[in-house]
Write a protein that binds this ligand. Structure first.
Ligand SMILES: [Zn+2]
Length: 124
């Protein structure tokens, strides 16, 4: 099991996180799952996103059901590269990507609903 994502897409997410710093950014990941392998093809800023609201407070349960959503991404302005208990309690989809300050590509990590690290394969 792993997550594949195009480099330009990952860079765009990191750029957004940097722009919103010191606020947290919450993104929905669209893509496909094939035999446990997750391909992220696009991301979107969810409706109701309010700057300053943390991921754990975000009302993901209010989103319309969309089966192309494979997971979420959010930033950690604190720089922590692991999910909090609140993050895991509000897990949505198959994968959670955390973008940690200072938002360089090595500061992105993916996790399962159990909080286990999932490898990210960056596609050029
Ligand atoms: Zn978090």
């Amino acid at each position: 099991m792993g997550v594949s994502i195009d480099r330009f897409l990952l860079d765009a997410m990191l750029d957004l996180a940097l722009e919103q710093h010191p606020y947290e950014v919450v993104l929905l990941l669209r893509g496909r799952v094939n035999r446990g392998a997750i391909l992220v093809e696009d991301f979107l800023v969810p409706p109701l996103a309010v700057a300053g609201r943390s991921f754990a407070e975000f009302p993901l349960h209010m989103l319309p059901i969309d089966f192309s959503i494979v997971g979420t991404a959010h930033s950690h302005p604190s720089g922590t590269l692991s999910p909090s208990t609140g993050d895991l309690n509000s897990f949505y989809g198959r994968v959670m990507i955390i973008l940690a300050s200072p938002y360089t590509p090595d500061r992105a990590a993916a996790f399962s609903s159990l909080g286990e690290r999932i490898s990210i394969k960056v596609l050029d």
